[in-house]
Design a protein. Structure first.
Lengths: 361, 361
């Protein structure tokens, strides 16, 4: 399993690849991918391959039962010689929780790290050494068995693809409260990172965007009352100078950035409440002025302030503009660590060592 | 759009294809597939192609956001010269409801029917002319745009693949009441046929099977109390000689077989109640003897009696063995129509006309 097979044409792929001036976020795919197959109850050796189409039998379970999970994390190379991954162990643990919920095989940590490190090392020169730039890494696993019967696949493929990226949308978010559709049910898959959660969210996301907002804010599926998350970000409020964020349940994805923000805030002496958050209480506290900030966080966006929350009747709840908002202070704290601009006292960074393979070997 | 492109090697594929003696259900794939692509806001002409691997960019939305829907229906050729499809218009309408929920393009009825008819006509000689045998057809649509950003794909592919099939498992079902996990949330995607619903169901299905049962019975995600469906079948009870089935909500898939069974029962003078069904009331009525039958229905299984319902504490609620159960009477009524053994007074059968193309043209 620890052996890594390097495709002989990778060097040529890299030489022929031109990094465009304008990157965007997650738009440009690096010319490489990692692949490992799971057959007969075992993960086979990983391969570093040229980025190329995946071939699948039309009856593959990935199509018919969406037996698919994914992860997302970044490698930075701003102040460091070698790229650094941010808390990859958290992604590995979450990937395995997703795998368990979806009847997919656990991925050994060594294989996960081999995949991330080999792709990142290969892309080393494609990672812009500029603030807010990174290599966005997208591990994903799919069920590949060709069978239409409703049962788990017995074969799987694990991939890591990567996108040299610029900053994610950084202007303050306008968020639309989704009072009808829901993202996840108690007893469902909302707490794990499976593709089905996101497909189900497309309609509300588009609906919010058509109304001029950036994202829907999901409420719980039982009472349509308690705040859950944004589709790709967790949700935070600052009320009476203390941070409040929804307590994790089985309908909320436990974000790695969420956890990092909570720890940084606590280290800074800010009180953090993880608790049920009633949307109507929150709207009242925005109106009364006790809630002074809303923000969202996630791997792509890091921390993004929310400037307005809008309800179904198009009533808008605007947040004040502050001189020194908590959100931006935490964003800077986190970015400084991720970009190697301050001491990593939490031990969150994982340097990607020089690989002991030569492309073309 | 109405033009159909026929791959020149299809005839060879068909000649080389050997239908195995033992078919099973959905195991053997016919050597053909229909494909149509959606680009620039339009469906392009369909193609009848040899069954072959689908090639997809690793960043395709189908993998990352499970933008996938599917359908399932059967073509029979038991007493008819040409194969007959059962109520394909219902599948077409449901497919378009799924498409709308998943931000996928509507499929024109002509294209849907062209796909079903061309695949079925091509497979005409592969459909066993035996009772309970059929060609199981699996239309599906996937989002193919390569982009990691959470938005709907702007390109799609629609496929129909087919499986010459024998009877689906016909012995009475043992069903396990799923009191923890849930299948669908109010405001979610339970009422449409999208792959994500099925991936989320794999774990409970496997759990039920490991305990010696065939299927989990889903309860609602709000109170964990009202019966919804089995993962691939709708649920019926016979109480005091009347039929009771859960009323359709946005968490229950409206089965074509469900609708057919309700109509047949009503035509036979049986009272049918579509209403909320409390699981504990049902268990009580099994114990008291007023509930004499449970059964499930779906495209694959048609109608299958349920012999036992088991609860979390392993308590089993067994149904009596009857001389002339309602379930088997309705099953025979429906099969007789599907197989052309009785007059199709409802106009449910859609004969697949002789195609006006010659393979190899």
């Amino acid at each position: 399993m620890e052996q890594l097979n390097i495709h002989p044409e990778l060097n040529t792929e890299l030489l022929n690849f031109k990094l465009p001036e304008k990157l965007g976020f997650g738009n440009i795919m690096a010319p490489v991918m990692f692949k490992a197959d799971y057959n007969n109850g075992n993960w086979e050796s990983g391969q570093l391959l040229p980025y190329a189409a995946i071939s699948l039998d039309p009856a593959s379970k990935v199509f018919h039962f969406a037996q698919i999970l994914f992860e997302g994390l970044k490698a930075y190379k701003v102040e460091t010689v070698h790229p650094v991954l941010f808390r990859p162990e958290e992604n590995w643990q979450r990937l395995n929780r997703s795998a368990q919920r979806m009847l997919m095989p656990e991925l050994p940590q060594k294989l996960f790290m081999q995949a991330l490190c080999s792709v990142t090392a290969f892309c080393q020169d494609l990672i812009p050494a500029k603030p807010l730039h990174s290599l966005y890494l997208r591990p994903f696993m799919i069920g590949t068995q060709a069978s239409l019967s409703l049962s788990a696949s017995d074969t799987f493929s694990f991939y890591v693809i990567a996108s040299p990226s610029g900053p994610f949308k950084s202007s303050p978010l306008k968020v639309f409260i989704e009072r009808d559709n829901t993202r996840a049910a108690v007893g469902g898959t909302g707490h794990v990172k499976v593709s089905g959660n996101y497909g189900a969210a497309l309609s509300s996301t588009s609906n919010a965007m058509n109304k001029g907002y950036d994202q829907p804010l999901w409420l719980d599926a039982v009472e349509h009352r308690f705040i859950e998350e944004l589709s790709i970000m967790n949700f935070f409020a600052v009320v009476d100078k203390e941070i409040v964020t929804p307590k994790l349940t089985d309908t909320i994805l436990p974000g790695v950035t969420r956890d990092s923000i909570i720890r940084l805030a606590k280290e800074d002496g800010v009180v953090v409440h993880e608790q049920a958050m009633d949307i109507d209480d929150l709207l009242f506290s925005i109106k009364s002025g006790s809630c002074t900030e809303l923000f969202a966080c996630g791997t792509a966006a890091i921390v993004t302030p929310i400037s307005v929350l809008a309800d179904k009747d198009d009533q808008k709840y605007e947040l004040p503009t502050l001189d020194d908002p908590v959100a931006l202070r935490l964003r800077k704290r986190l970015l400084d660590i991720q970009q190697g601009q301050t001491e990593d006292t939490f031990g969150w960074l994982c340097p990607v060592p020089k690989q002991d393979w030569q492309i073309g070997d």
